[in-house]
Write a protein that binds this ligand. Structure first.
Ligand SMILES: [Zn+2]
Length: 466
């Protein structure tokens, strides 16, 4: 154990108390007020962290409630540790109070203990240990407290737009160990598909909807169909059952009147890992497409062909793959029916060796061929930190010394702050063998692991600062 490890272990009881205070502030994004751009609870969590920092003897700064920081050292060059104090809502299914910070056994429970209050508040305390031991540092160390990571990273946009200093190196403890060197590029696109139903149809599609946001695999999708012919209705309802049974599609049909409601359920998952979910919209399109004996049924069948059983954009003609970050993924996140068009929103994550154009040009030529209209809603460039960069070399050295494990470079489909601030990568806090508890019910941090995380971060700060 180094002297820094010992000092952090000594401080650990105080760190736990301080983290519990923060967990008890439910810092979910709220309505903006003066000085509190993301709501008063988020602002209170920022105030709490900055108050802690100044009580530990740091210089602190609050950038209009968007971002705050604490600093150690005087040099011109700066390294950062960037984390966030905002949290996602607790959601259902907790067996402990989500904003209690209770400790049971060797675990602390609460929204934000891992994502990301535990790591970033811990980083502040690790820096305090560095300061107390008067470790020499050639570069200033800044702990940056973000407040809008979970809903758009507008905090970092504000920081950069208002002349926030760019670090020469740094990390965000908001991903995984060992090191996330690669993060896929991201595109959100809307495809509008003209949808024509002839007047003499025996059945009409009245509505279709599914999904809530682009970046989640939709767990529910629903359609309403009006029948003009009873025997046709019975035929189609039988076809639903048959197709659903053959394909294992979970469907509930309510057909008491001439209007039938067809509800398909799937399994939600993060949009960056669509292979872990079951897409209710794709299943609904397939079910309708293969049951409805009308022209419009056929066009749904055609549409389902792009998504059913394909989460890698193969059928859309946008599939890409590289060695560093794997396959392109495509999540059909939302569908709506309006103004005679089906509107589909896709969340596409493409591998790091490619550019936006590599995806967009293929989508454009498909749209032209099929008569779709295409809209780009969001673009985020991939992150590709060279494996022989000083940052990667230094973090690898620290991780291997501290854990005795090989510091492999990881790739993620999701995006961290490393895409929002130059020259940083995600480093921790989740160990390879630990469960992913972020955004889940009963989010917890194992306290033995927490201490280890803080000691690794402390060593990494010293390493990057020298
Ligand atoms: Zn996070």
């Amino acid at each position: 154990m180094t002297s820094l490890d010992a000092r952090i272990a000594n401080l650990f009881p105080s760190i736990i108390l301080n983290l519990q205070e923060s967990i008890r502030i439910p810092s979910i994004q709220g309505d903006p007020t003066l000085d509190a751009p993301f709501g008063i609870q988020v602002k209170e969590a920022l105030n709490h962290a900055l108050k802690t920092a100044s009580s530990l003897g740091f210089k602190t700064y609050d950038l209009d409630g968007y971002v705050g920081w604490a600093e150690y050292g005087e040099s011109e060059n700066m390294i950062v540790v960037l984390g966030h104090l905002d949290v996602v809502p607790s959601g259902e299914g907790w067996t402990r109070p989500p904003f209690g910070g209770e400790i049971h056994g060797n675990k602390m429970f609460g929204r934000g203990v891992m994502d990301d209050k535990g790591p970033i508040i811990g980083a502040l305390w690790a820096l305090y240990a560095i300061k107390e031991l008067s470790f020499p540092v050639k570069r200033r160390i800044r702990i940056l407290f973000g407040t809008n990571e979970e809903s758009g990273m507008k905090d970092m946009h504000y920081y950069l737009e208002h002349g926030g200093e760019i670090p020469i190196m740094g990390f965000t403890p908001d991903g995984e160990f060992p090191i996330v060197a690669y993060e896929k590029g991201q595109l959100h696109v809307r495809i509008k598909v003209p949808f024509i139903q002839p007047n003499n149809s025996k059945a009409l599609l009245l509505g279709i909807c599914g999904g809530t946001v682009p970046n989640v695999v939709p767990s529910e999708a629903e359609a309403q169909i009006r029948f003009f012919d009873l025997s046709e209705k019975q035929k189609i309802l039988n076809a639903f059952k048959k197709v659903a049974r053959e394909k294992g599609i979970k469907v509930a049909v309510n057909a008491e009147s001439e209007i039938a409601t067809i509800k398909v359920s799937g399994v939600a998952a993060h949009g960056s890992t669509p292979e872990l979910g079951v897409n209710a919209i794709a299943n609904l399109l397939y079910l309708l497409g293969y049951s409805i004996d009308e022209d419009w049924g056929e066009s749904l069948r055609g549409l389902s062909g792009y998504f059913y059983g394909d989460v890698n954009g193969v059928n859309l003609g946008i599939f890409l793959e590289d060695e560093l970050s794997g396959k392109l993924t495509c999540n059909l996140g939302q569908i709506n029916f309006e103004d005679g068009c089906l509107s589909l929103i896709l969340d596409i994550r493409f591998p790091v060796s490619f550019k936006f154009e590599d995806v967009i040009l293929s989508l454009e030529s498909l749209s032209q061929k099929e008569g779709f209209s295409l809209n780009i809603l969001r673009k985020k460039a991939p992150l590709n930190m060279p494996k022989d960069s000083i940052l990667i070399k230094k973090l690898q050295k620290v991780y291997e010394e501290k854990t005795g494990q090989e510091a492999k470079l990881l790739s993620m489909g999701g995006g961290t702050y490393a895409k929002a601030l130059p020259n940083i990568v995600a480093f921790g806090p989740k160990f390879p063998e630990s469960p992913d508890v972020a955004h889940q019910a009963d989010e917890f941090i194992d306290l033995e692991e927490y201490l280890k995380i803080l000691q690794i971060m402390g060593a990494a700060m010293v390493e990057l600062a020298n």
